[in-house]
Design a protein around this ligand. Structure first.
Ligand code: ADP
Ligand code: MG
Length: 615
């Protein structure tokens, strides 16, 4: 028998390889726009017909190509961006594998027009299924125009698998938005079937975000900027109230390249915890700059996942940066910096700073917390804060006459650049006879910075939530034994659920023992602050809530538990004057006074300006 192994013909090899790089119009759009960006364009126009199935054209005013380069650009592994192997690790441009144009030309009909500024005439090339059908000089304005017609015309199986125009357009829009966010200084236009989708002038990042995500975001963006020795973090996050019910506006860029990272997303979400509802997604557009040698993004041309040398540190820095940003903009007047012990103990976090970034880094907010010599990367914990609070109390003794325990909030230790702190205002304002007005659901009081409108029930939810949480963390079981234990009988599935949360309920003060029958239980003790008659109902609410928010991991269950209980335990009523004042104080002593555990705003401060706008 004769030998059977053959080399694949070039055009077939190209077609197969193309499948890796080009899956749909959106992938061709991405490659073509990135080439325009790499070519230094300041204006890029994307023109589609039928969501790119019929035509994808990208016109740029970049540096163009010589006749020779134009021809070469369609060869596999033809790239102007890599010359030696070390370049691979320093790469800053978008593409470098020299595969995109070869791949596109293997599966479509391509027309390229390009001219460099210094050339009198440009070059016109037509190529389809990897075969050049014409190359000639042409008069052309400058820059590059590439038209890709009938994508996959020669690979029917692939063409057949393209989705509806609406779906393909959606994919293109996703890519377009990512690139446009990464390059706010470049003007982008985008038309499909003659209809303009976007027309974005060059500008700064904020302007670009507003142009892409809606001008309504304007008052909801909080800037993030942190320089550390390992990573520089810049960008914007949305205020908690701008959080979405869908995972829409979440963007990470590493070295200006869009990436997806469930891990980093977790870090951000964690920083927002307690500020937004569990089922809401925070908005973020964040740019991380890392030494390219310490991150591996280029594993695959279309790969959007990353691998860091040390991702735990990245997580810690990112989370802290977001907390700082929230704090600085007074969304979270005080923050708990407690990080995972395993992170605090990382060698790298204890190691001294590298020389070269030290100066830069010293100006960052994270510096104090993470980079002090000796106690490098020390992160404050709750206990420290408590101790500090007690010291402060010596200086600000309890208010005469009120008989309440004035708990100072832990906000004094934040950087002085932050906006005036709420309670410090209040203390200075305090005359001893200060009154809190109650009207329907609201409490109204004043502070130096303005008139405070406060929602009583929501305030109670927050206060109770933190109390319960603290109790749970401290593992103190504060229970009130019932004179008449309550028998409950549950469905098998509810019994199972109850069993799973029994130990947590115990920490919250519930004392529940197995009953006579398999699915029976006896409540013998309840949290001391539960109203009589509600003991059983509360338990049922909690189980119901956990069922509704099913599929959660255990530690989220705990939050649901706390959230549900505090919601139910928060019962507003008309309070005697000093209790109303004490409620206000207690709220501001919370670590997160501004929002309820499920993200509702608790109070608003009407400033002089706000009021004069009204009256
Ligand atoms: P890569 O971008 O990975 O180098 P491509 O196949 O995308 O590979 O492009 C091959 C080469 O063609 C690029 O390295 C670049 O020199 C040139 N090129 C492609 N598009 C443009 C453009 N719009 N303007 C100028 N040069 C371009
Ligand atoms: Mg490229």
């Amino acid at each position: 028998m004769s030998d059977i192994i053959q080399l694949l013909p070039d055009h077939l090899a190209n077609q197969i390889a193309a499948g890796e790089v080009i899956q749909r119009p959106a992938s061709a759009v991405k490659e073509l726009i990135e080439n325009a960006v790499d070519a230094g364009a300041t204006a890029v126009h994307l023109i589609l017909k039928d969501a790119g199935k019929e035509l994808i054209q990208v016109v740029d005013n970049g540096k163009g190509m010589s006749a020779m380069d134009a021809r070469m650009s369609f060869e596999r592994h033809a790239t102007s961006k890599i010359k030696k192997i070390e370049d691979l690790f320093e790469i800053r441009t978008k593409g470098f594998r020299g595969e995109a144009l070869a791949s596109i030309a293997a599966v479509a009909q391509v027309i390229l027009k390009t001219r460099r500024e210094e050339d009198a005439l440009g070059t016109h090339i037509e190529i389809a299924s990897s075969a050049v059908s014409s190359q000639e000089p042409v008069a052309f304005a400058g820059g590059t125009s590439i038209s890709v017609k009938n994508l996959f015309f020669n690979v029917p199986a692939r063409r057949h698998f393209l989705k509806s125009n609406t779906t393909e357009l959606k994919h293109v829009l996703d890519e377009f938005i990512r690139i446009a966010l990464a390059h706010p200084d470049i003007a982008f236009r985008f038309t499909n079937n003659g209809i303009e989708q976007y027309n974005l002038p060059g500008g700064n990042l904020k302007q670009r975000i507003l142009a892409l995500l809606g001008a309504g975001m304007d008052k909801n963006l909080i800037p993030v900027e942190e320089l550390t020795d390992v990573v520089q973090i810049r960008g914007f996050i949305g205020k908690p109230e701008a959080a979405n019910r869908t995972r829409g506006n979440q963007f990470f860029f590493i070295n200006n390249r869009f990436i997806k990272s469930a891990y980093l997303n977790h870090a951000v979400s964690n920083a927002f915890e307690g500020l937004i509802a569990k089922d809401a997604f925070p908005t973020y557009i964040l740019f991380l700059e890392i030494d390219p040698r310490k991150v591996d993004v280029n594993v695959h041309p279309t790969k959007q996942e990353v691998k860091f040398d040390d991702d735990k540190i990245m997580y810690a820095y990112l989370q802290a940066a977001i907390k700082f940003a929230l704090n600085k903009y007074n969304v979270a007047p005080s923050i708990d910096f407690s990080l995972d012990a395993s992170i605090q103990n990382l060698d790298a976090l204890k190691m001294p700073m590298t020389e070269h970034r030290q100066q830069e880094v010293k100006q960052g907010y994270l510096y104090d917390k993470f980079s002090n010599a000796g106690q490098a990367h020390f992160i404050e914990r709750r206990e420290d804060r408590k101790q500090w609070q007690q010291q402060q109390k010596a200086f600000f003794p309890e208010m005469p006459g009120t008989g309440l325990e004035v708990q100072l909030p832990a906000t004094f230790d934040t950087p002085s650049a932050v906006q005036p702190m709420l309670l410090s205002d209040q203390l200075m304002d305090e005359t001893g006879s200060k009154s809190v007005i109650q009207w329907t659901d609201y409490l109204i009081t004043t502070m130096k910075s303005g008139v405070v409108l406060l929602h009583q029930k929501r305030a109670l939810e927050r206060i109770i939530f933190e109390k319960l949480e603290e109790r749970m963390l401290a593992r103190e079981h504060v229970s009130q034994q019932l004179l008449f234990p309550i028998d409950i009988s549950l469905s098998p599935s509810d019994a199972l659920l109850l069993n799973e949360v029994l130990s947590e309920l115990y920490l919250l003060g519930y004392d529940i023992k197995p009953g006579a029958e398999l699915h029976d239980y006896v409540i013998v003790g309840v949290p001391s602050d539960i109203r009589g008659g509600q003991e059983q109902q509360m338990l049922e609410w909690v189980l119901e809530q956990i069922k509704n928010e099913s599929g959660q991991v255990t530690d989220e269950r705990r939050t649901i538990l706390l959230r549900t209980m505090s919601k139910k335990m928060a019962v507003p009523r008309i309070l005697p004057a000093e209790q109303a004042q004490s409620l206000v104080d207690e709220l501001f002593a919370c670590s997160q006074p501004q929002y309820t555990p499920d993200g509702k705003l608790i109070f608003r401060i009407l400033s002089q300006n706000d009021l004069s706008a009204l009256l």
